[in-house]
Design a binder for this molecule. Structure first.
Ligand code: TXA
Ligand code: MG
Length: 307
C-alpha cells in the first residue's frame, strides 16, 4: 500500500526550522531533535494533529504524551507546580527531566494528549533546534519519541526514517542526540515526588518503587530491536553481535572506559547497529552501577522482554 508522505529531511538552518514550524502549525507532526532522543512533535492544542502522531507511530491511544514548552512560565500555564515541582524545575530545566503535575482545566491542551488523565507530563527541553521550533510555533508541542510504537528510540534522523519514512511529513536533522536516553520522569502530584522513569537526570530525594517504576506507557516489552537480545553477557555465541562495555570489548563498545554517561549516549545507536548487522541475535555486556547505569538497565530489560 502506498504510504501517505514523501518524508522531507530538513536541515537545522533557519529555513529548515521555519519549514518545520509551518508544517506543525498546519497540523502535521514533524520529527525533531532534542537532547534526549528525537521526538515526533505536534501542536498540543490541536487534537487532530496529536491524533496524527498516534496514527504515525501505531501507538495505543491510552498512552499519554509529554508536552514540551520553552520555560517554567509556560509550564505553569498548563499544570500546577507545588514547592517540590518548582525546586525540580529550578534545578533541571531546561534539560532531560519531565515533571508530571496536576493538569490545569484551562490549559488549552487537547485531551487526547493526556489520554484522559487529570495530570500532565511537561518538559522544558535544552536542545537549541527544539527550542527554536518551540519559539517559532509559539504553542506547546506534544512529542513522544519519534519511532514506531514499541521500537528502539531514535537518536539520529536516519533512525527516525527507518521506522517512520513515508508516515510523517518531515524530519529535522540535528545530528546525533547528546544524551541518548529518554528524559527522567518524576511525578509531583501530591504526597512527595515519585520516580516514574529513570533517565539522564538522577534524582536522590525521590521515593522509588523498585520494579514497579511505571508511567502508563512503559509496557514491559518496549525499546525492542527486531532480534532477540541477551543481557549480562561476557562472551558472545558465534551468531551474536556483542555490544561491549568496560572490560567486555564486544563487536563495538558502549564505552571502553566503562563510563555510563558515554554508554547512555551510545545505547540506542548501537542497538540500531546491532539490529542491522548480519548476526541474527544480539548480546550485551553487564552495565553495573546506580543512576544512569540503572536507567540503561531499565531500557535493556524491556528490550530483551519476550514479545
Ligand atoms: O526524552 C523524552 O522524554 C522524549 C523526548 C521527545 O522528549 N519523549 C519521550 O516520550 O520519551 P514517550 O512518549 O516515548 O514517553 C513518555 C512517557 C510514557 O511512558 C508515558 O506513559 C509517560 O511519559 N507519561 C506521559 N504523561 C503522563 C502522565 N500524565 N502521568 C504519568 N506518565 C505520563
Ligand atoms: Mg518512547
Amino acid at each position: 500500500m502506498a504510504l501517505p508522505y514523501d518524508t522531507k529531511r530538513l536541515d537545522d538552518s533557519d529555513e529548515g526550522i521555519a519549514e518545520a514550524a509551518r508544517l506543525i502549525l498546519a497540523g502535521e507532526p514533524v520529527a525533531v531533535p532534542t537532547e534526549t532522543v528525537y521526538g515526533l512533535a505536534a501542536d498540543a492544542t490541536n487534537a487532530d494533529a496529536v491524533a496524527a502522531i498516534y496514527a504515525a507511530k501505531g501507538r495505543p491511544s491510552f498512552n499519554p504524551l509529554i508536552v514540551h514548552v520553552p520555560d517554567l512560565e509556560a509550564a505553569r500555564r498548563l499544570g500546577k507546580f507545588d514547592q517540590d515541582a518548582l525546586a525540580l524545575a529550578a534545578d533541571h530545566w531546561p534539560g532531560p527531566l519531565t515533571i508530571v503535575v496536576p493538569r490545569r482545566v484551562d490549559a488549552g491542551i487537547a485531551s487526547i494528549v493526556t489520554a484522559g488523565l487529570d495530570s500532565i507530563a511537561i518538559r522544558v527541553p535544552a536542545h537549541p533546534t527544539m527550542r527554536a521550533i518551540l519559539a517559532k510555533v509559539g504553542r506547546p508541542l506534544a512529542a513522544p519519541s519519534a519511532n514506531a510504537s514499541g521500537r528502539i528510540s531514535p537518536v539520529r534522523a536516519d533512525h527516525v526514517l527507518a521506522s517512520l519514512d513515508g508516515r510523517i511529513a518531515a524530519v529535522v536533522d540535528g545530528g546525533k542526540t547528546e544524551r541518548g536516553l529518554e528524559s527522567t520522569i518524576v511525578a509531583a502530584t501530591g504526597g512527595g515526588l515519585r520516580l516514574l522513569r529513570r533517565g539522564p537526570v538522577s534524582i536522590d530525594a525521590t521515593e522509588e518503587t523498585g520494579d514497579k517504576i511505571e508511567a502508563p506507557g512503559q509496557m514491559s516489552s518496549h525499546y525492542a530491536p527486531g532480534k532477540p537480545l541477551r543481557l549480562d553477557v561476557l562472551t558472545a555465541e558465534p551468531d551474536e553481535f556483542l555490544i561491549g562495555f568496560g572490560p567486555v570489548a564486544g563487536d563495538q563498545s558502549l564505552s571502553a572506559s566503562g563510563d555510563p554517561v558515554e554508554a547512555a549516549a551510545h545505547l540506542f545507536d548501537l542497538l540500531h547497529v546491532a539490529d542491522r548487522s548480519h548476526q541474527p541475535r544480539i548480546a550485551i555486556a553487564p552495565i553495573p552501577g546506580d543512576g544512569i547505569a540503572a536507567a540503561i538497565r531499565d531500557r535493556l530489560k524491556r528490550a530483551a522482554a519476550p514479545r
